[in-house]
Write a protein that binds this ligand. Structure first.
Ligand code: ZN
Length: 147
């Protein structure tokens, strides 16, 4: 298997091991209620209610939020942290596929040029390509499937 495909496989493996994810970030809030005489409206030392925790996120262009119970805070923070990892892995996966495609294009160009060369030259060129890419023999069906 070529370096490109190994990289893609490793990133997909990491994605499948990632565990539950949630988008967005968790904020802490302190509220003031409407009750007259409540400690949150004390004229000198107001003590607001809270803390309350809220997960805010945007999915498919739509912003939303969820209230988070204190006992769920750690779990949801872990999920939100994994989301950052998920995004980083997605970016790496897209880059790896682009690299894979570029390698495939490079190899196709080299092979096309071989038609004008002597058999001896073709053979040495093919070896050079194989060393560079690792794609020519074993994996060519895979990248042909992608083009
Ligand atoms: Zn109050």
């Amino acid at each position: 298997m070529s370096d490109d495909l190994l990289r893609i496989r490793r990133i997909k493996d990491a994605l499948s091991r990632l565990g539950p994810i949630l988008p967005g970030s968790i904020s802490t809030q302190w509220n003031v209620c409407g009750k007259p005489g409540c400690r949150c409206k004390h004229p000198k030392k107001p003590q607001k209610h809270g803390p309350y925790y809220q997960l805010s996120f945007t999915v498919d262009g739509k912003s939303s939020s969820l209230f988070v119970k204190k006992e769920d805070l750690k779990t949801l923070r872990d999920c939100a942290k994994r989301y950052q990892k998920f995004r980083a892995l997605n970016t790496r996966l897209l880059s790896a596929y682009i690299q894979w495609h570029e390698t495939a294009v490079f190899i196709k160009q080299r092979i096309r040029r071989m038609n004008n060369l002597s058999a001896e030259k073709k053979e040495s060129l093919k070896r050079a390509i194989e060393q560079k890419s690792g794609l020519v023999d074993g994996d060519d069906r895979r990248w042909n499937g992608c083009s």
